[in-house]
Design a binder for this molecule. Structure first.
Ligand code: ADP
Length: 324
């Protein structure tokens, strides 16, 4: 019987399990057996896999993390290992492979397709930093987690008349910072995509302080913090020095990667998982599944890897204009 393989690769994201479930059940519904490789491309290279039945993916749609585990596998960047991986897939009678991960994982999928195995990529990353899709699995959950954390920090910032500088994830992209910053009503949102100036932020703090505002939230993306010596702590210190307001930095960190996926992440994961299997079933490979204007669609992997997504400067301007 033909089989379809699935793996999760790169950084984990809530909703990956929902995608594994959808891939597994869609494949079984279409008459395939399913093989889940463990720890990304490592499982493919070292023959570490599990067969997945419809029951094996019960009770995972609501869980964060990934039952297949995820990892980076640097050896997979070498062509000989890609060929070895393809041979292992042939031994398992694989018709195709679904790779859930980010850009790096799609490069591995492209190589495998070139070696002769049809592969489909599904965007799974909290960072929403994949050019071909408006949305990536895990993004909504991560933003909601960050928003809840900032709400809690706000309570204590308010009690103590403090300024809280909060660093959120997003890799080099400012999507989480922009949306979370807007949703918590931050005084300033600091991302790589929009130029920022500490004196402008200080000016805004002082101007609003003069109208009675006593506590402040600044949301900083990890991409910006990584480029500053001292990171978000340094930004907080600058604000204290220049305003006299006690400022503290909080790095939210890995809390943003975990937790039960939101409805949106489960829905998108389910739709994309089904769609990916449908492509393989039709004999189509070398594609990445995406979402554009709310609709699931697909692109060639080569094109997908070259696509860029413009930052939402309109939302940035709105948030900036009303933070007064
Ligand atoms: P992400 O998929 O989240 O972007 P990485 O960039 O770490 O994460 O990539 C995940 C894995 O994908 C790598 O550890 C490697 O196994 C595989 N990979 C990345 N780049 C390539 C490449 N150029 N060729 C083959 N495989 C790659």
């Amino acid at each position: 019987m033909d089989r379809i393989g699935v793996l999760t690769s790169g950084g984990d994201a809530p909703g990956m399990n929902a995608a594994i479930r959808a891939v597994t059940r869609a494949a079984i519904a279409k008459g395939y057996e399913v093989v889940g490789f463990l720890r990304g491309y490592n499982g493919l290279l070292n023959n570490k896999y599990m067969s997945l039945s419809a029951r094996d993916v019960s009770d995972i749609i609501h869980r964060g993390g990934t039952i297949l585990y995820t990892a980076r596998c640097l050896e997979f960047k070498e062509w000989d290992n890609v060929v070895k991986g393809k041979e292992n897939c042939d031994d398992l009678f694989l018709k195709g492979l679904v790779v859930i991960g980010g850009d790096g994982s799609f490069r591995g999928a492209l190589d495998l397709t070139k070696a002769g195995l049809p592969c489909i990529g599904i965007p799974g990353t909290i960072d929403n930093d994949i050019g071909c899709t408006d949305y990536t699995i895990g993004y909504d959950t991560a933003m909601n987690t960050a928003m809840e954390m900032v709400d809690k920090i706000r309570d204590t910032a308010q009690s103590h008349d403090r300024c809280s500088v909060i660093e959120v994830m997003g890799n080099k992209a400012g999507w989480i910072a922009l949306n979370v910053g807007t949703a918590v009503g931050a005084m300033a949102i600091v991302t790589m995509e929009a130029e920022y100036n500490i004196d402008e932020i200080v000016g805004k703090i002082k101007a609003t302080q003069a109208t009675g505002k006593q506590h402040f939230i600044i949301v900083v993306s990890e991409g910006v913090a990584a480029k500053i010596d001292g990171g978000s702590d340094y930004i907080a210190k600058q604000i204290t020095q220049k305003t006299g307001i006690e400022s503290r930095a909080t790095v939210l960190g890995h809390v943003q990667r975990g937790g039960n996926p939101t409805l949106r992440d489960r829905l998108v994961a389910t739709e994309m998982g089904y769609y990916a299997v449908d492509l393989l079933d039709k004999g189509i490979g070398q594609r990445v599944v995406g979402q554009k204007d709310g609709k699931v669609c697909d692109f060639g992997i080569v094109d997908a890897l070259q696509m860029t997504k413009p930052f939402d400067m309109n939302l940035y301007r709105i948030a900036d204009e009303i933070s007064l």
